[in-house]
Design a protein around this ligand. Structure first.
Ligand code: G6P
Length: 368
């Protein structure tokens, strides 16, 4: 029962633990063992996907971070240019609409005022079609979109979004593969990624098994006032999401930066009072990331690194390393989000905040 915390102390923790199951539910009926089932995206999907030349993503909050990850996927796998913008900015500026642009709204609730306002504008403005990624059946976003992909997260009660985010990413990756198929992605590549999607529930479960160690790690954050989250490539939005979680529920100031920007500002803030959290899957940016970590260490910053066990990031004085399973670089953002959710959760519990109902925040912002 979604309105019941069951054995868990908070809805947020329950929802974090539901992720293997709801990611699987979001895949169900949309992928075979090796391919994406395009028909499952709706009868209009084939015609639409053939004609999309650009994607404009609009969302708010955590859903915006899902959109930022999707941009890396859409450009890398489908080769289709993609822009992402927060709804409250998009709706109040003049924008140039390129021909055959798909307007893609991401919203857990389907009722966020700014996202709906942007969608209503877009429908008047000449976008090719509106696709909604949403978790609430019958919501305004679902009713007003031309095509909808429902996430199967089930009701999310905790204000800080967790399972909605990872299921949004799952749905967005499946959509990306369908779009990529229409844009020349080789069948073997599609199969390779679909197989990686099938491994996600198991990999997320493996990360959940690190909960005790992450709870231990969280003690280092309890008395800190500031923190910095670093990631490169598609892990930059994961760092943003990790920082958002920490500020939402523990009230610790958290900033996220693409690791390459470190020396253009945030390095000036780094000292022993500023923990630096980094996500480091074993992708082609890991060597560059390691040199960013050296820069932090040289300034006395304490590092907390979530790294692929094969990435060669070694624990030493001031560098705490938590080893994560080896994952496909494309699905890595989904897996690497989970330890950051747990980290924020445990810091908030230690600080005694109201985890499920953080001060000043609402689950769904339905008025401007
Ligand atoms: C609020 C919630 C966030 C959520 C955002 C967007 O700020 O507290 O968790 O990410 O709204 O909500 P949506 O329902 O549109 O995804």
């Amino acid at each position: 029962d979604s309105a019941d915390k069951g054995e868990y102390r908070h809805f947020m923790l329950k929802e974090i633990y539901e992720q293997p199951r709801v990611i699987k539910a979001t895949m169900e009926g949309r992928v075979t063992k090796t391919r994406v089932l395009e028909q499952a995206l709706g009868t209009e999907a084939e015609n639409l996907l053939d004609n999309v030349r650009h994607v404009q993503i609009i969302a708010c909050g955590t859903s915006y971070h899902a959109g930022m990850v999707a941009r890396y996927w859409i450009e890398e796998l489908a080769g289709v240019p993609c822009s992402v913008e927060v709804a409250s900015e998009f709706r109040y500026r003049k924008h140039v609409i390129q021909q055959d642009t798909l307007f893609l709204c991401i919203s857990q609730s389907g009722e966020t005022a700014d996202t709906l306002a942007a969608l209503r504008q877009a429908k008047k403005a000449g976008f090719r079609a509106a696709l909604g990624i949403c978790n609430v059946p019958g919501s305004s976003l679902v009713r007003e979109s031309d095509l909808v992909i429902m996430t199967q997260a089930g009701p999310e009660i905790g204000v800080a979004s967790t399972k909605a985010f990872t299921t949004q990413l799952t749905a967005l990756l499946i959509f990306t593969l369908a779009l990529a198929r229409h844009n020349g992605l080789p069948e073997e590549k599609e199969t390779e990624i679909v197989e990686a999607i099938h491994r996600l529930p198991g990999q997320v479960s493996d990360v959940l098994a690190l909960d005790g160690e992450i709870a231990e790690m969280s003690k280092a954050f309890m008395d800190k006032n500031h923190s910095l989250f670093l990631g490169r490539g598609s892990q930059f939005p994961v760092a943003l999401e990790g920082a958002l979680k920490l500020k939402e529920i523990s009230y610790i100031h958290a900033e996220a930066y693409p690791a390459g920007e470190l020396k253009h500002g945030p390095l000036a803030l780094v000292d022993s009072e500023m923990p630096v959290v980094t996500v480091a899957p074993n992708n082609d940016l890991v060597e560059k990331l390691k040199s960013n970590l050296e820069e932090v260490r040289a300034r006395g910053g304490e590092l907390f690194v979530f790294a692929d066990k094969l990435a060669g990031v070694k624990p030493e004085e001031g560098i705490h390393v938590m080893q994560l399973p080896s994952v496909h670089p494309i699905t890595a953002p989904i897996v690497y989000t989970v330890p950051l959710q747990l980290l924020s959760y445990h810091v908030a519990v230690l600080k005694g905040t109201d985890v499920d109902q953080p001060r000043n925040l609402a689950k769904s912002v339905t008025v401007e």
